[in-house]
Design a protein around this ligand. Structure first.
Ligand SMILES: [Zn+2]
Ligand SMILES: [Zn+2]
Length: 325
C-alpha cells in the first residue's frame, strides 16, 4: 500500500511482537512456485492431449468429493472455527476439520490462521499480507495489486508471525500434531485419488488421470477460489455493509467458495458463523455448520444478529452499490 508506515502498522496490531517470522527456506519457496504455477501449466499442456480419453466419470466423482472435503475443511474448519471462533466444536470434529483443511494444501492450521488474522487486523492497510490496493488505486497499480493479492504474496516467502497471530492454535496439542503432519497430509491429498483410480480401473491410466484431475486440478481450482476471495472480493462487487476496508460481496463465487465470497458481510462481522446474511445469499458453509449443530457436534454458534449487522447495513439488498473503490 502506498500510504502509512511500518511503524503505524506495528502499533495498530494486536500485540508488540513483529509481524513476520523468519522467512521460508529456499526449498519451501521453490515448492510454493511448483504448487502455484505448476498446475495451470500442466492443465494447458495436458488438455489437448487427454481430450476424449483422459477424463472419466470416476475422476469427476473423486474430484468433487475431494473438493467438498478439503473445501469445507478450509471454510468451516480453518476459517470460521479456528481463525474466527464462530462456534465451538467437539474434539473429534475439530481434528477432522483440521485434517480436512490440510488436504486443501494451503498450509498448516497455525500458519493459515496467522496469515488470515493478520489480514483482518490490517485489511487493505500497511501490514495486510494480501491487499489488492497495496500499490495504489489507478488501473496499473490495481492490476499489479490484484496479482499480488491473488498469488504474488505467497511467492515472497514471508511467514506471518504465529506467536503473535495464532498462539492459541500453536498451544492446542491436537492442532499442533495436525500441523506437524501437514506434509504427509498434503501428499495424501494428491496420491489418494491416484491410488483409488488405479485400483478401481486396474490401469496405470486410471491412476494417472485420478492423480491429475482429482488431485492436481482439484487442488488448483480450490486454491484459485480461495485466492479470488483475497483478490477479487476486495475489489469487485457490492458493499452493503460498512467495514473499515474495501471487502466486497461477489455473488458469482458464492457456490464454488462455499459462501466465503460474501466477504463484505464477513469483514463487517468477522466472528459471524454465516457470511451470506442477506436474503437469497447462498452460504453452504453456514448450512453445514447448522447440520453439525443439529447433530450436537458444535455449540455456541454465533449466528448473525440483527443488532450486530443492522447497524452496519448501508444499502438495501439489491440496492445501489456501496462506496465502490
Ligand atoms: Zn478480506
Ligand atoms: Zn476471515
Amino acid at each position: 500500500m502506498a500510504t502509512g508506515s511500518g511503524q503505524d502498522a506495528a502499533q495498530a496490531g494486536p500485540g508488540p511482537r513483529p509481524l513476520l517470522d523468519a522467512p521460508q527456506t529456499a526449498a519451501a519457496g521453490a515448492a510454493m512456485w511448483v504448487f502455484v504455477v505448476g498446475p495451470p501449466l500442466a492443465l494447458v499442456a495436458v488438455v489437448p492431449f487427454a481430450w476424449g480419453w483422459g477424463l472419466s466419470a470416476l475422476d469427476v466423482g473423486m474430484a468433487a468429493v475431494a473438493y467438498l472435503v478439503s473445501g469445507f475443511g478450509l471454510t468451516v474448519g480453518y476459517h470460521r472455527l479456528f481463525t474466527h471462533r464462530s462456534f465451538k466444536a467437539r474434539r473429534g470434529l475439530r481434528i477432522a476439520l483440521a485434517v480436512a483443511g490440510s488436504l486443501g494444501i494451503e498450509g498448516s492450521p497455525a500458519q493459515w490462521v496467522a496469515n488470515h488474522r493478520r489480514h483482518h487486523a490490517f485489511a487493505d492497510r500497511e501490514g495486510d499480507p494480501h491487499s489488492p490496493w497495496r500499490y495504489g488505486t489507478d488501473t496499473r497499480a490495481l492490476l499489479k495489486g490484484l496479482l499480488h493479492a491473488h498469488v504474488g504474496w505467497m511467492l515472497k516467502r514471508e511467514l506471518s508471525n504465529r506467536a503473535r497471530f495464532a498462539p492459541d492454535i500453536d498451544a492446542d496439542p491436537d492442532l499442533r500434531l495436525v500441523g506437524r503432519l501437514f506434509g504427509p497430509l498434503a501428499a495424501l491429498s494428491l496420491v489418494a485419488p491416484a491410488l483409488v483410480g488405479g485400483l478401481v480401473t486396474g490401469t496405470w491410466t486410471g491412476a494417472l488421470t485420478g492423480f491429475f484431475w482429482a488431485g492436481v486440478i482439484r487442488m488448483a481450482l480450490l486454491h484459485h477460489v480461495t485466492w479470488s476471495v483475497n483478490s477479487v472480493c476486495h475489489v469487485a462487487g457490492r458493499r452493503p455493509f460498512a467495514s473499515r476496508d474495501r471487502a466486497t460481496n461477489f455473488w458469482p463465487l458464492a457456490l464454488l467458495s462455499f459462501g466465503e465470497s460474501w466477504h463484505n458481510s464477513h469483514h463487517a462481522d468477522p466472528t459471524g458463523a454465516r457470511h451470506g446474511v442477506l436474503p437469497g445469499q447462498l452460504d453452504p458453509s453456514a448450512r453445514l455448520i447448522r447440520v453439525f449443530e443439529r447433530l450436537r457436534w458444535v455449540h455456541d454458534v454465533r449466528w448473525p444478529s440483527a443488532d450486530r449487522l443492522g447497524a452496519r447495513l448501508l444499502t438495501e439488498p439489491g440496492g445501489p452499490r456501496g462506496s465502490a473503490g
